[in-house]
Design a protein around this ligand. Structure first.
Ligand SMILES: C[S@@+](CC[C@H](N)C(=O)[O-])C[C@H]1O[C@@H](n2cnc3c(N)ncnc32)[C@H](O)[C@@H]1O
Length: 174
């Protein structure tokens, strides 16, 4: 199963840090790619720098037309899961979703346009209380990959952590 993330509704400058964190969480928790609307180059540069240092093949794509992207995704046989506190509980959809080949998971920054709810094959709640798109994304990916993504080795980086109970151990890959 391959998961891409679509974040809609970035507010310039104000959201830079949160958007960067959404991308870093997507990468670290097993997604292949994040599509973002309205962000400046600095967000993609930060994430590209992390991938270069720590490995993997994560992609950041800045797009204009998120509806076009979601429609094309569905046309090509992928499923769209929109994370919203108004949806059905993740436990009701997780098993079915894990059987899909390609999932596009939509997260919002502020109020999400009605079309996202309509385009989604699944509107999924990580509980029905309001919280954060980053927390919702982390839990969603964890349920999709059942924790395996946290043990995955990412090839191609310059640095690798040697897990240690005390202190920091980092190895440089030559
Ligand atoms: C700050 S919230 C915006 C909530 C806003 N009231 C709305 O109408 O969607 C930003 C994003 O966090 C995610 N989110 C927040 N709480 C969630 C929950 N309980 N379940 C799933 N996603 C949630 C959604 O993707 C939402 O678009």
């Amino acid at each position: 199963m391959k998961v891409s993330v679509l974040r809609i509704g970035h507010r310039l400058v104000r959201d830079d840090r949160v958007t960067t964190h959404a991308a870093l969480v997507a990468r670290a928790f097993g997604a292949d790619r994040i599509y973002m609307t309205g962000v400046d180059q600095s967000v993609s540069d930060t994430v590209a720098g992390v991938t270069k240092r720590w490995g993997g093949k994560f992609e950041v794509q800045v797009i204009q037309d998120w509806k076009g992207l979601a429609k094309a995704w569905k046309k090509e046989g992928g499923k769209v899961a929109h994370l919203t506190m108004y949806g059905i509980n993740i436990d009701e959809a997780a098993e079915r979703l894990r059987k899909e080949e390609r999932i596009l998971v939509i997260i919002g920054a502020e109020k999400v346009p009605r079309e996202a709810y309509e385009l989604a094959d699944y509107n999924i709640a990580i509980g029905n209380q309001p919280h954060s798109e980053i927390a919702a994304l982390a839990i969603f990916l964890d349920r999709m990959f059942k924790g395996k993504q946290l043990k995955k080795e990412l090839a191609g980086g310059r640095l690798k952590i040697v897990p240690a109970a005390r202190g920091k151990q980092v190895r440089e890959i030559k």
